[in-house]
Structure formats: C-alpha cells, structure tokens
Ligand binder design. Structure first.
Ligand SMILES: [Zn+2]
Length: 79
C-alpha cells in the first residue's frame, strides 16, 4: 500500500498539487471495512489527522442532537 504510493502522501490539495510528505499512515478513503487497495491511500500524519478530524465533525453533525434536561443540583432538592 505505502509502496504503491512511493512512500509519499497521496493527498491532493484544491489546486491539484500533491503533498510530498513521507507517507506514514494508511487511510480508508471511504470509512468502513472496505480494505481493498482501491479504498486505501497513503497519507502523511498531518493529512490523516485532518481527514479524521473532518470525518469526526461530519459524524457529529449527522447525529441528531439529544440533550439531557439539566438536573437540579442535589443540594437544591426539596426533601
Ligand atoms: Zn500529506
């Protein structure tokens, strides 16, 4: 996997320029359990962290927000 990428990060920026950092991480392009090489890319640590953070933010947005009702402080409960 990392050999296919020539040990280089495969991330491409919005201008089409490829990152040239040394690839240290193996990333799933689409999240999940597809481990075929077509779904894998070599990334440097920085790009992998960027992608992971973005996916986590998207997952948070996708989840319906459920907020618990605030509980009264136990010391304030009327006995
Ligand atoms: Zn990179």
């Amino acid at each position: 996997m990392l050999t296919r990428a020539g040990q280089r990060c495969e991330a491409v920026d919005s201008l089409g320029a490829r990152c040239d950092e040394r690839a240290t991480d193996c990333d799933h392009i689409e999240r999940g359990d597809d481990h075929h090489t077509a779904n894998l890319q070599a990334l440097c640590r920085w790009h992998h962290n960027q992608k992971t953070a973005r996916e986590a933010a998207e997952a948070r947005r996708a989840r319906p927000t459920r907020r618990r009702e605030p509980e009264a402080h136990p010391g304030l409960l009327v006995q």
